[in-house]
Design a protein around this ligand. Structure first.
Ligand code: BJW
Length: 236
């Protein structure tokens, strides 16, 4: 058993479960997004090459949903943690929504990209994008019509992996919130953190594929578990 010492360095991994209570659908629940669309159709570069109009429509709809959603108490609690925790903190999110930022968090890394960002395939520029891409807007930087959602699809390299691995190497606490542990490399972070000596905690609605890898799992909704855990950390 590990001896508890003061926590100075926290890495948090979040997944779709933290935004579920804001009305954004998770991926692998019964009402999961992939029901209407097989994953190969909308979340792979091959799917995009095959039918760009369909994929652009799919993400135009997701972008509108993100803009209509609001942060819930779990996002707000992490915003409070970011403001009040004096140590090192990194919130690595797999989510493409901006609810962490709107909940007040600043130290956020979007490893699977951002729904409100567009990436020009002609000049490599990225632009904040709140409207549709399906009607073929020109890139504000180069004028070409070649923009795609700035999302990491299956088979593509997630963003800023070096930063994530550095943070995992020095974390003394790793917390996973609302993720099924089905998608790599994120699903392997718990083992990475653990091997480097971090305590590991999972907060999830139900046991996940990775639960057995955590020192502790707490089951319940993110809007209940996360504020309670943040209180605990800020009191300690
Ligand atoms: C609640 C709650 C509430 C509900 N409160 N909780 C074979 C073996 C191993 C790996 C591979 C393999 N074959 C291929 C791979 C690699 C592949 C992969 O992992 N495939 C798996 C299917 C096996 N991965 C990749 O291709 C990645 N790239 C890659 O690996 O590059 C190479 C590399 C090598 C070495 C180092 C680094 C990289 C890219 C993955 C891209 C994922 N993209 C997506 C879609 C884009 C974003 C979007 O459109 O929104 O990202 S897929 C989708 O899954 C999305 C999510 O971010 C991601 C994770 O899902 P998440 O967040 O866990 O959601 P759910 O729905 O699965 O779970 C929700 C959880 O919440 C559940 O547990 C609920 O219980 C819980 N919950 N309500 C608390 N109220």
């Amino acid at each position: 058993m590990r001896v508890m010492t003061a926590i100075r360095n926290i890495v948090i991994l979040t997944g779709a479960g933290i935004s579920a209570e804001s009305g954004l659908r998770t991926f692998r629940a019964e009402d999961g997004l992939w029901e209407d669309h097989p994953v190969e159709e909308v979340a792979t570069p091959e799917g995009f090459a095959r039918d760009p109009a369909l994929v652009q429509r799919f993400y135009d709809e997701r972008r509108a949903q993100i803009r209509a959603a609001f942060p819930n108490p779990a996002h707000e609690a992490l915003g409070r943690l970011d403001r009040e925790f004096a140590g090192e903190l990194l919130i690595v999110t797999q989510n493409i929504d901006d609810l962490h930022e709107r909940g007040g968090a600043r130290r956020v890394l979007h490893m699977h990209g951002e729904g409100l960002s567009a990436w020009c395939q002609a000049c490599d520029a990225r632009h904040r994008w709140e409207g549709a891409l399906g009607d073929g807007p020109a890139c504000p930087a180069c004028g070409e019509v070649a923009m795609r959602p700035d999302i990491v699809w299956f088979g593509e390299m997630p963003y800023r992996m070096d930063e994530i691995f550095d943070a995992l190497a020095s974390a003394d606490l790793f917390v996973s919130i609302g993720t099924s542990g089905a998608v790599y490399p994120a699903a392997g972070f718990v083992q990475q953190a653990s091997a480097n000596g971090a305590r590991t905690l999972e907060l999830n609605l139900e046991e996940s594929l990775g639960s057995r890898n955590f020192d502790e799992t707490r089951l319940g909704t993110a809007s209940e578990l996360v504020p309670a855990w943040v209180d605990e950390i800020l009191r300690s």
